[in-house]
Design a protein around this ligand. Structure first.
Ligand code: 13P
Length: 266
């Protein structure tokens, strides 16, 4: 199986301005305990990435871009490339459902971005997941199959070692701060994770399917951390609104550490 290390990513989406982001980082860095079994990644808006990269202690946190364009440079007004993000971030989200559904990103865009991240020494976090309609029509496995096949086309087995997969059922992603979390049954999560690992096995073999890091995301709160992380093969979490408050996010990190300790004892 993948390392026992839990990977916890805070996706702030289009929240927190430069001042708020800097205060948050200051506050969280004072209270967070560094555990070797937990890797913590913050994904702020592009605007704040550069200043946070100067402020962050990389022993405590890594940084992730929420998005970028796949070409390395050129006449692409308004875009930022993975080449420009090199050295600023260690991770980048790719194909988040909000990018796929609001900004019409295709599997081809997603695959180009996965490749661009890897060639620029950034670990891509490939986000996949089915919509409410697809879920209701039992299409979860098909969607996972298609999004993985599409997003990973042309990625070699060696390159795959850099890739993280995040399964986020679109219907479970909350509407934002203060909204009621959507609870996803552990059976649903298990089914999806099995589908992910089976597809990786089909594409890259047994060893790769066991070692790839796969995260869960969608309405994660402090109350659900232990449940999701207790499932076999769930290597971490992608957290949206519950990561916007440094205290709440720190509680999530402590619970993730406890889950990692529990894994070790087994
Ligand atoms: P929420 O945790 O707000 O549901 O968001 C999940 C998500 O989209 C993280 O990328």
């Amino acid at each position: 199986m993948a390392s026992d290390k839990k990977l916890i990513i805070a996706n702030w989406k289009m929240n927190l301005d430069m001042h708020e982001a800097s205060l948050y980082l200051h506050k969280l860095s004072k209270m967070v305990k560094v555990h070797r079994d937990t890797e913590v990644v913050l994904a702020p808006t592009s605007l704040t990435l550069q200043s946070l990269s100067l402020q962050v202690n990389l022993k405590q946190f890594k940084l992730a871009a929420q998005n970028f364009y796949w070409r390395d440079s050129g006449t692409y007004t308004g875009e930022i490339s993975a080449t420009q993000l090199r050295g600023v971030v260690q991770y980048a989200l790719v194909g988040h459902s909000e990018r796929r559904h609001i900004f019409n990103e295709s599997d081809k865009d997603v695959r180009n971005k996965v490749a661009a991240a890897i060639r620029n020494n950034i670990r891509p976090v490939l986000c996949i997941g089915e919509t409410a309609w697809e879920h209701a029509n039992n299409e979860t496995k098909d969607v996972i199959h298609d999004q993985l096949a599409g997003g990973l086309a042309n990625i070699t087995g060696e390159e795959l070692e850099k890739v993280v997969i995040a399964y986020e059922p679109v219907w479970a992603i909350s509407a934002g701060l203060g909204s009621t979390p959507v609870s996803v049954s552990l059976d649903d999560v298990k089914l999806a994770f099995n589908a992910v690992r089976n597809q990786i096995k089909h594409l890259y073999g047994q060893k790769a399917s066991e070692s790839i890091q796969v995260l869960y995301g969608g309405s994660v709160t402090g109350d659900s951390v232990a449940d999701y992380l207790s499932l076999p093969g769930v290597n971490g979490l992608l957290v949206g609104w519950a990561s916007l408050n440094a205290n709440t996010f720190n509680e999530i990190l402590e619970k993730a550490h406890k889950s990692a300790l529990a894994d070790k004892k087994e």
